[in-house]
Design a binder for this molecule. Structure first.
Ligand code: 5GP
Ligand code: MN
Length: 348
């Protein structure tokens, strides 16, 4: 196991990369696992790594705890992703027979429920974590963690370079990496850096069509999703100017009325930040057994801390989430009750 890393991970280094490189010189049975409700970065990083590892002769399967949104269906080999919720037996079979597991875009095995348990049960496999969330849990043998990275996809690019395998990068891998960068930065709005733009320039040189991918990823809404957005903004939005905070809530009934499926609410929280007067955004939804919170912020205001300390959650400084077992109204009340202690920071 790697030693305790604190909040900031391994700062983009992997201590024992040589050892991992040696292991990867011999073809292996590998599973790649990623987080529940996988997003563009989770699926993009998993598929990029799958194509890279297969090219190098490994047998590779991807297992995600739950389904990914339809706007990612076009991705090369997306149809091969095994969904644990739909195929628990098949998922278990591949985890039970693998020699190595890559854990991408999450920082602790308990974030992936049953899939995490199946991985922990495999005592003699090598585990590699590649991730950019704060507070990585050192459950792995190899860790590449950089909380300043825009995305896990950016780190997959770094990882391939660290292995000295940049010649293996191709358009297909580039498209997968570009997808995660694009979705996790909200089209280059946050977590950008000079290094990131250099990577993106390399991806374009590999033949990635950035205009086409932006269109596939961001112009793919269904009519009902746009109507749901309208409902959220018109009927379910509350602004608390004294705390520069915006809240959108969705009730169980809304889920029925608008036939809301997984992924349909993606991105709604970000609309709150489009207001100049909003610095903290909360999207609070009533799920079958829990109430889920999605938090976003601008600038230095840290929502990860709010999620971690109050809602058993975590994430990044400007994008975090958590959950609550209270009612929707109770959760909203608890969230609002936290705001006075942040009043000064919010009004800076
Ligand atoms: P989202 O609001 O899009 O669901 O998540 C934003 C960020 O917060 C993601 O990086 C995600 O991993 C993290 N996050 C969301 N929900 C939870 C949670 O319940 N626990 C933890 N630890 N992180 C979460
Ligand atoms: Mn990510």
């Amino acid at each position: 196991m790697v030693k305790q890393q604190g909040q900031s991970g391994t700062n983009g280094h992997m201590e024992n990369i040589k050892e991992l490189k040696t292991l990867l010189n011999i073809p292996k049975d590998i599973v790649i696992v990623t987080h529940r409700n996988p997003d563009g970065d989770a699926i993009g990083s998993s598929l990029a790594l799958l194509h890279f590892l297969r090219y190098n002769g490994h047998q590779v399967k991807i297992i995600a705890p739950s389904e990914y949104p339809d706007f990612l269906l076009w991705m090369p080999a997306a149809e091969e992703v095994i969904i644990y919720d739909n195929d628990p037996e098949l998922s278990k079979k591949y985890i039970d027979q693998c020699e190595m597991a890559f854990c991408l875009d999450f920082n602790a095995l308990d974030r992936i429920d049953k899939v995490g348990e199946l991985i922990s049960d495999r005592k003699n496999i090598k585990i590699v974590m590649i991730d950019h969330h704060l507070y990585p849990d050192p459950f792995c043998d190899f860790m590449l963690s950089d909380v300043t990275a825009s995305s896990t996809c950016e780190l997959i690019y770094d990882f391939i370079k660290m292995l000295g395998a940049e010649a293996d990068l191709n358009k297909k891998i580039g498209e997968c990496i570009f997808t995660g960068i694009l979705t996790d930065t909200g089209s280059f709005k946050y977590s950008t850096s000079a290094k990131l733009y250099r990577i993106v320039a390399d991806l374009i040189e590999l033949g990635v069509d950035d205009y086409l991918l932006q269109d596939l990823i961001f112009n793919s809404l269904e009519e009902k999703q746009l109507r749901l957005l309208g409902h959220c903004l018109n009927n379910r939005m509350e602004i608390l100017p004294e705390f520069k905070t915006g809240i959108i809530t969705l009730t169980k009934e809304d889920y029925g009325t608008f036939d809301i499926q997984r992924g349909d609410t993606e991105g709604i929280v970000n609309f709150l930040l489009k207001m100049k007067k909003v610095k903290l955004a909360a999207f609070i939804t009533e799920q079958p057994t829990i109430v889920k919170l999605s938090l976003r912020s601008k600038g230095d205001f840290d929502v990860q801390e709010i999620a971690r300390k109050n809602f058993k959650g975590g994430g990044h400084k400007n994008a975090a989430g958590g959950s609550s077992f209270q009612t929707l109204n109770g959760t909203v009340r608890r969230f609002k009750a936290l705001l006075p202690s942040y009043e000064k920071q919010l009004n800076q």
